[in-house]
Design a protein around this ligand. Sequence first.
Ligand code: SF4
Ligand code: SF4
Length: 704
Amino acid sequence: MLSIPLLRTIALLYLMLISVVSFADITEAEIRTIFPKLTRIGEPLVNPKVIPVYQLDELLGYVFETNDLTDLPGFSGERINLLISLDASGKLVKLSVLSHHEPIFLHGLGEQPMLEFLRQYEGITVDKRVIVDSRHSGQDQSGSSTVYIDGVTKATVSVLVMNDTVLSAALQVARAYLEGFARPPSVTVRDDVYQPYNWQSLEQQGLLRRWTISRERLQTEFPLDLQDYADPELQQALEQSDLPGQYYYAYLNTPVTGKNLLGEQDYARLKAVLRPGEHALLVASVGHYGFLEPEFRRGTVPSRLGMSQNGLPVDIRDLDFFDNSTPQMPSDAPPITQLGVFRIKAQSGFDPSQAMSLKLDFDLARNHLIRDQAELSDSYQLPAELFDIQEVVDVKPLPLWQRLWLDRWLQITGLVLTLLVVSAAFIWQHRLSSHRRLFHRLRWGVMLFTLFFIGFYAQGQLSVVNIYTLLLQLMKGFDIEVFLLDPVLFVLWTYVFISLFLWGRGVFCGWLCPFGVLQEIAAKLGGWLKLKQVKIPPKLHHRLQKLKYLLLLILVGSAFYSVTLAERLAELEPFKTAVTLVFVRSWPFVIYALLLLGVGMVIHKFFCRYLCPLGAGLAVLGKFSLFRWLSRRAECGSPCQLCRVRCEIDSINRDGSIDYDECVQCMECIVILNNPDQCAIELSQNKQRQKAAAADNSIVVQQL
Ligand code: SF4
Ligand code: SF4
C-alpha cells in the first residue's frame, strides 16, 4: 500500500520545514551598539515616544519603535515593528526588525532580504523622498532630494509598507525633536512691508505691545499686602514706585518691527542667527521688577517669562543676542532696564499671524516656608498685512493601497479578463462542452494563463493564510485596507467568494489555482510517461478525504493561539515554494513541493484531494452554493458508470450523483454527456437505433 508510507514521508518532511524558520530578536544591548559614542541613555520622551541618546550632555540621536508612531498594517494585517535610530542631524543610522508577520519574509525569502532592504536607509536624511524603484537605485543621487532604493522581488507590498513605515515614523520624530525639519510654514513674513517708525509709532501701529501691570492688578492675585512679601526685587520696585510695571514685547522677524527696533545691522544679524522656520521675540521692561529672574543665565530658558498661543505653551529661549554689542533702540524708547531677544523653535508650531500671549510668573515668598504664586498674561496680534498667509494643503501621498492598485493595473486587467472568460465558460458550459476539442483548448488555455500570468507573474495564489488574516481581522475590527494592499488577491478572493455561492469550490480549484494547474500538468506528464496510475481503494479514499478538513481545523485553530505558529504550519501548502518563489528556495521546501507533484503524477491531484486546507475551506463554504450545475441523466450511475470512471479525482458517487465538496468542475463529465460519441448511453442507443434501422432495411429488402 503506497499511500500510508507516502503520507508518513510527507508528514516528516513537513515537520522538518516548519522547524527551520528562525526569527530575529533584538536586545537592549544591541540598541546600545548603534551609537558607539553613547555614554548615557536619556529618559524616554513621550510625544512622540522616543529614547534620546547622549554622549555626556550632547545629543547623539533618538531610538524609537515604529509601532509607537504608525499604524500601517503589513501584508499580514499586522504592523511591521522596526527599531529605528536617527542621529541629531536627521540621518537614519540603523534600522532593525523587532517583529513582523510578513509571510513572504517569515517563511519564504527569509529575513535576510528584509534586513538588506532596510540597510539601504542608513545614511539617508529623513527629509528626502525615498522611492522604492530598482530601475533607478544605482544612479548617482547626491544632491537630489529623491533617493531611489532597491525593492525585494516577490515582496512588493511588504517593502512598500516598510518604506511608508520608516519615513512616516522618522519624519514625525525629526519634526518633533530636531532642528530644521519643521513643516514648511503656512505663514511667511512679507519682506516688502516696511516703513520707518519710532518707538511710539510702533506702539500706535500695534506693532510693539506695551503691557502695564498696575499695583492694584497685581495685588488682586495675592492674599497678603504686596509690601508684606519678603521679595527684595518687588520691594525695591514698590519703593521706587516702579509698579505699575511696564513691559514691552514685539515679534522681530517682520522688517517693520525688526529693523525699527534693532536697526538694519542687528536685524540682518538676527536673520543670520535664526534657522529656517525659527522666530524671534523682543521683550523689554522698564523699572525694577524685570521679566527675568535674578538668577537667570543668558542663553537659557527663563522661568519667570513664558509664552503661549491658542492655549498651548510655546518654548522660548534667550538668544543672548546682545552679548557682544549694544542695542541700538529707537531714540524715543523709554529707559529700558531689562532687554532680551528670545528664539522660538521651528517645531513649536508658533504662527506669528495669530494672537500670541506673554505671561509673567510672580513667585513671592511670605517667609522661608510659604510662597504665593500668580501668573499674569497679556495678548497681542500683529496686523495680517505683515504676512503672506497660505492655505496649508498637506499634500499627502495617495494611500498605499491606491498606489498599489495603480502600479498593478496590468495584472488586475489580466486577472479580470481571465475571470470573465471563466464566468462565460460556466454560464455557457453546455454549449461549450458539446465542442470537445474547443472546450479542452479553452480550459488548458485558461489554466496555463492562471499558472504563468496569475500565479508566477501576478502572484495571485490564494492561501489558507488569507483565511487567518480574515478571521483575525474580523475579531479585531475589520479593516478593508489590509486586504486592498494586494489588488490581485483582493479581486481573486472577491470573485472566488461570490462564485462559491453560485458554482461551489470548483471554479477556483479547477480553473484558477496555480498549484492546482501544476498538479494537472504533473498528471499529464505522468500519463505521457505512461506511469502506472495508483487507484486508492474507495474506503481509504473516503477516509483520506477527511484529512484535509482536520488539517484546516488545526491550522485555523492555531491562528487564534499564535499567528506565528499558524504561519509556520501553513507551510503545509507548497504554494509559496512552487508558485510565489518558483522553486527558488532552500532544498527541504523544494523537495517537499516536488514530492507532492511527483505523487500527483500517479495519483491525480493527490494534494488537492487529501491535504489541501484551502481546498477544504472552500469546500466548506461551497456547501452553501445555490446551484448544482452539472447535469446528469437518468442512466448516470445505473447502469452507466463511464463518467465515474473518467472523473480523475473520483468525485462521482456510484449512484451517479456528484460530490460537489470534491468536484473541481473540470466539466469532463458534461463533455461526455454532451457529446454523443462519448456518452456510453448515447452510443448504445445509437447502436440500437442503427441496429433497428438495419433490421428495418433488411425486412424491406426481403419484401422486395
Ligand atoms: S484543492 Fe488546493 S491545491 Fe488543489 S486546486 Fe484547490 S486550492 Fe488549489
Ligand atoms: S468529471 Fe468529476 S471533477 Fe470533473 S466536473 Fe465532473 S464530477 Fe467534477
